[in-house]
Write a protein that binds this ligand. Sequence first.
Ligand SMILES: NC(=O)C1=CN([C@@H]2O[C@H](COP(=O)(O)OP(=O)(O)OC[C@H]3O[C@@H](n4cnc5c(N)ncnc54)[C@H](O)[C@@H]3O)[C@@H](O)[C@H]2O)[C@@H](O)CC1
Ligand SMILES: Nc1ncnc2c1ncn2[C@@H]1O[C@H](COP(=O)(O)OP(=O)(O)OP(=O)(O)O)[C@@H](O)[C@H]1O
Ligand SMILES: [Mg+2]
Length: 378
Amino acid sequence: MEKKQLKEYIHTCMHQLYGGVIRRQQHLIRCLVGDYHSSSSRSGPLLLVNKCTRMQSVMSGGNPTLEVDALSILRSISPNLDATKHKGQAGRIAVIGGCREYTGAPYFSAISALKIGADLSHVFCTKDAAPVIKGYSPELIVHPLLEESYNVRDEDITTSLNKVLIEVDKWMERFDCLVIGPGLGRDPFLLDCVTDIMKNARQNNIPMVIDGDGLFLVTNCLDLISGYPLAVLTPNINEYKRLVQKVLNCEVNDQDGPQQLLSLSKSMGGVTILRKGQSDYISDGKEVKSVSIYGSPRRCGGQGDILSGSVAVFFAWARKLVGNGEPDINPAMVSCIAGSALMRKAASLAFQDKKRSTLTTDIIEHLGRSLEDICPVR
Ligand SMILES: NC(=O)C1=CN([C@@H]2O[C@H](COP(=O)(O)OP(=O)(O)OC[C@H]3O[C@@H](n4cnc5c(N)ncnc54)[C@H](O)[C@@H]3O)[C@@H](O)[C@H]2O)[C@@H](O)CC1
Ligand SMILES: Nc1ncnc2c1ncn2[C@@H]1O[C@H](COP(=O)(O)OP(=O)(O)OP(=O)(O)O)[C@@H](O)[C@H]1O
Ligand SMILES: [Mg+2]
């Protein structure tokens, strides 16, 4: 190829590459501000999707005015797969959780992250839990670094705590997002270790998705996340109740659910909260959005763990978009919307297939097809 031809070729490639990025970003903003109705170039199928999701919102008892076009948002943040990328660019996630009682939850969260498209998924758990979690999957990188009180003598508490922190710290800066809490348990020494891990992560501006016993921890120690814009909380019905009682000093008010969620998030300094339920509601203290895409009527344990792993990957992806010049989106909000949409779609497909016997592992098996339906690989 001649020098001039080569220059033109590079120019065309750059144009295609950045043109695509800009189009994708404009699309994302339109999804978030919901102006599809006014956009002539976006009539037809997308308008239909939007009407459809609003209808689902009504049917699930949600608020159609808050319903967001979650599938389009998911599409907008999903990176293309191409041959120029190297391992790690699609996300490196770490789950902090897994103890004697709970080995399923961290596995569900970490494997979901991989199935969605993260390149690497780590689990930091106790020594007892590690061989079990490794046994579930060779794909996960499992670190048996955490300790529970029964394994630590009183006189060794400080040295053991420091040892754990030094070991975990070696890995920390490699991660695009942490998931704190699936199957963590509530052992006091373990929670002390995780408190320091979270302080460290916050100092290093690492995003954190906090779920399960991680929520038990932060509800009792709000300063850990208060005012941290890179924190996402994903409470279920009990976890939400405890948060509302602690922060707002009142009971959950379902009559005015979205407004209370907004106040809760605002009172916590703008952390993003995804309140899981019949419809999922998401707020960053500035706005509230809902996702009511059909899910599954099965409420088997572990579905929230799929969600936490998914949100972590989408957080990593959405943050990259912001890094590429995305003007005014909150990656925490976007990642919750995308995670909720994907989880519900996969649950619905799994239920079509397995009906009453649907389990969390069945839903995980449908993550790939769900993503492919929403956002096909080109
Ligand atoms: N297969 C698994 O390993 C799964 C584990 N899970 C994990 O299970 C843990 C609890 O989640 P839930 O959604 O059930 O939490 P909830 O807070 O909804 O309920 C837990 C129940 O157990 C009690 N409880 C839990 N730990 C306790 C402790 N140390 N001392 C006294 N009471 C205690 C609570 O008071 C409550 O009644 C989380 O770490 C979660 O991630 C779930 O994700 C489901 C799947
Ligand atoms: N009534 C419902 N209808 C449809 N989907 C629901 C319903 N309740 C919860 N979900 C969905 O299931 C997922 C998990 O929510 P759930 O409240 O079961 O979390 P959890 O109790 O933390 O789960 P886990 O057992 O993993 O701890 C969320 O993505 C949510 O959207
Ligand atoms: Mg849970």
